[in-house]
Ligand binder design. Structure first.
Ligand code: A2P
Length: 339
């Protein structure tokens, strides 16, 4: 059977990737309804070599579809996801709006697929934050083998995490600076071209940014362990696609770097790229952007503590960090429909 699907935010960076991934993975799409704001309504997007008319979200009747993939920002999800769910379709929401609601499942298919059945609570499933997804795909096999107590992570996050406007700001600033023209920061709080900015999302009262706290809250919820400690620093870097992470873990059982490499080589969704020589590690450009896998390299024992390991984790934030993970959730969902 096939499923009629709405993609909310179909003209955005993640929405566009959703359309191509639905196609690549031969998801059984019946009718496809691309939705956006009235700004883009009437235009078209390509799907399966055919132009599809973009409709205005505000006028859409969600009882026409079985699944709705939302990626148009938290405010849009807050307004429309409950309406869509009430109309009878299942919402897979890429924003942070529902992630911390206890009875709404938050899923990384390689990590906690069993959580899928709780979609019935509200007809809503949340897709985690991009940085959390790639980190947990890589850490899950290590956690199963040795029980992770504490994670220290610094991220190097691409501008596409802020959508098309983030991509445009880096491109425009770079071009202007190379032409000796002045730039103004708009999407990011300071110039992002040729710079790094230790600030993503707003500041919380505890001095951490919300992006950092997402990694704490979501790791605990997805691993089902409220005791796991996460110590995050999230940084925006002038990369278009692909988030990188320097991750240090402390485990209860000892794991050697060789043990970890072996576990990761057999882990679903992971590719190990770890030669101890020039170029023997993943980087966003060339290895990871446009790919589906989570790449892990620089696997080594922590020389400053017992039972510690360091890893370098890179993945395409728009794909595995957003669109692909949502569609993998949709794949779990249609399996669960069939049961
Ligand atoms: P639109 O093209 O109409 O602006 P990105 O994350 O790349 O910035 O993309 C955001 C996506 O969310 C776009 O598809 C955008 O559509 C859509 N969007 C933003 N605000 C709304 C809204 N109020 N209603 C419907 N879609 C929206």
């Amino acid at each position: 059977s096939t499923y009629d699907i709405a993609v909310v935010g179909a003209t955005g960076a993640v929405g566009e990737a959703m359309l191509s991934i639905l196609e690549e993975r031969e998801f059984p799409v019946g009718k496809l309804y691309p939705l956006a704001s009235e700004r883009s309504a009437g235009g078209s997007v390509m799907f399966r070599n055919r132009a599809h008319r973009v409709e205005n979200l505000a006028d859409f009747d969600f009882s026409q579809v079985k699944i709705a993939l939302f990626s148009a920002g938290g405010d849009v999800s807050a307004d429309y996801a409950p309406k869509a769910a009430a109309a009878g379709c299942v919402v897979i929401d890429n924003t942070s709006h529902f992630r911390y609601q206890e009875d709404i499942p938050l899923i990384v298919p390689e990590v906690n697929p069993e959580a899928i059945n709780a979609y019935r609570n509200h007809n809503i499933i949340a897709n985690p934050n991009c940085s959390t997804i790639q980190m947990l795909v890589a850490l899950k096999p290590l956690h199963d083998a040795a029980f992770i107590r504490r994670i220290t992570v610094s991220t190097y996050q691409a501008v596409s995490g802020a959508g098309m406007k983030g991509v445009k700001e880096l491109a425009d600033q770079t071009a202007r600076l190379l032409n000796a023209k002045p730039v103004e920061a708009d999407v990011f709080s300071k110039q992002i071209a040729f710079n790094v900015i230790p600030h993503i999302d707003h500041f919380e009262e505890n001095g951490y940014t919300r992006e950092e706290m997402k990694m704490v809250w979501e790791t605990r919820k997805i691993l089902g362990d409220e005791t796991i400690q996460v110590n995050p620093t999230c940084v925006r870097v002038p990369v278009f696609y692909g988030h990188s992470e320097s991750v240090s873990i402390e485990t209860e059982k000892q794991l050697t770097a060789a043990d970890a490499r072996g576990l990761l080589e057999n882990a679903p969704g992971v590719t190990v790229l770890d030669e101890q020589e020039a170029g023997g590690y993943p980087t966003p450009v060339g290895d990871c952007s446009g790919q589906d896998e989570v790449y892990v390299g620089r696997i080594r024992e922590d020389i400053s503590c017992e039972r510690g390991l360091n890893l370098w984790i890179v993945s395409d934030n728009v794909r595995k960090g957003a669109a692909l993970n949502s569609i993998q959730i949709a794949e779990l969902l249609i399996k669960s429909f069939a049961e």
